[in-house]
Design a protein around this ligand. Sequence first.
Ligand code: ADP
Length: 490
Amino acid sequence: MYIVQVSSELAPVAKVGGLADVVYGLSRELEVRGHAVELILPKYDNLWYDQIWGLHNVFPDLWVPWGNGAVHCHVYFGFVHGRKTFFIESHSPDNFFHRGHFYGSNDDNMRFAFFCKAAMEFLLKSGKRPDIIHCHDWQTGLIPVLLYEVYQNFGMSNSRVCYTIHNFRHQGLAGENILWTTMLGRPEYYFHHDRLQDNFNKTAINFMKAGIVYSNFVTTVSPHHAHEAQTTDQGFGLQDTLHRHGYKYGGVLNGVDYDVWNTEKDPMIPHHYNIETLDTKYANKDALRDRLLMRKTWTPVIAYVGRLDSQKGVHLIRHALFWALNNGAQFVLLGSSPDRSTNDHFWHLKHMLNNNEDCHLELGFSEQLAHLIYAGADMILVPSMYEPCGLTQMIGLRYGTVPIVRSVGGLSDTVFDRNFDSGPLERRNGFVFHNADHPGVESALERAVGLWYCFPDDFRNLMINGMRMDFSWNIPGHHYSNIFEYIRHK
Ligand code: ADP
């Protein structure tokens, strides 16, 4: 099949979170399975350009109909670690993708509505007729609308759309003006509960709802979360829409790219290891402590890597940090937050703990340090309020770093409690807690740190169980191939 992925992120060149990893890893897997895969991204000014090979202008004269006129674009092509990627550069006076950031502008809905329109126009004008257009998150929710309401009439009637939701919280709301700029027009038609109208704000268009309504198949990133989103407030108001379209909706667990996340050849860690040479992991622990100026004592290192967002259970992360320091463990945090007050709060903590040799807070984004932390820490904490899939716990498992997680979303599909899991012993790979409060997280931390100190062999078995598990793209790649095959013939 000929598959085009349209996305606002792609690792490593445009990465904010897991979406970037997923789009890269899935594209690679689909190619390995023999499909022809191409990607379309905005040409942001802050792309990680030295990770793109052979970037050159392949379509210098793309005019994208927009509002009352048209916007001139260039389309560049380059390889992102082997992935064939097209980057759309807009020459609109709005400078849609020259903002120094991926998200966070007041007109984000307009920026990505333009991206959708430009991507469709590029496919049309370049003669590309993919069997499958795979779209991701709210930023690309208008693609299936444009396909079925407009572009299918221009000869793109054989393409089908799969739409994957990575985070229900960000849905992309806009006013009627979006209909005019994208030239969809007809507000009386689109402002309808069965089409694009937001389920609560009757004066708004909802991009994510548009994606759900118009796509041929809708997935989210784990089976557990698919159920949560349809039946609880984790659907953030889209539960009814998911029910109505339940016949074409399901969860596919994300994979981890084991080519990138591979303890035997990861170029970002100083000492390579596997199950047989597990003791070498502790050389990475030393390297991590050296790099972060932490003391080398006989204590476990608990780590947190991720966005500092309320979704991630920031209050529990903070509590775990102090719990660790008071209970014989060290704590490493790598994260950043777009929210000013959260950022300020963690900067304050960082200053307060600056001379404490048992912890380190790194506030920013560092791929390199993330790899070293996964390799060097003993445990990785993921105390999320909600977590569609979560990659950090899966990476932790691969690196022999035992996850401590709250039982939500994809965390429930991947981490099985050492003491209370009902499945076979060999699948027990971490510690799970339920209540999103201090006693909840402490109940898991205590068991994890207790086992590390008192029963090191059992702790090691837990590490090995995790390393043996297969959370690669192999199985999800198979599922996505089946979904694509299924919708292609509809
Ligand atoms: P989300 O997509 O909600 O941000 P995931 O767990 O699905 O969370 O994916 C997070 C990905 O981003 C992981 O690969 C993680 O290692 C990486 N990551 C998050 N924050 C940082 C950071 N500050 N520095 C480096 N990598 C980070």
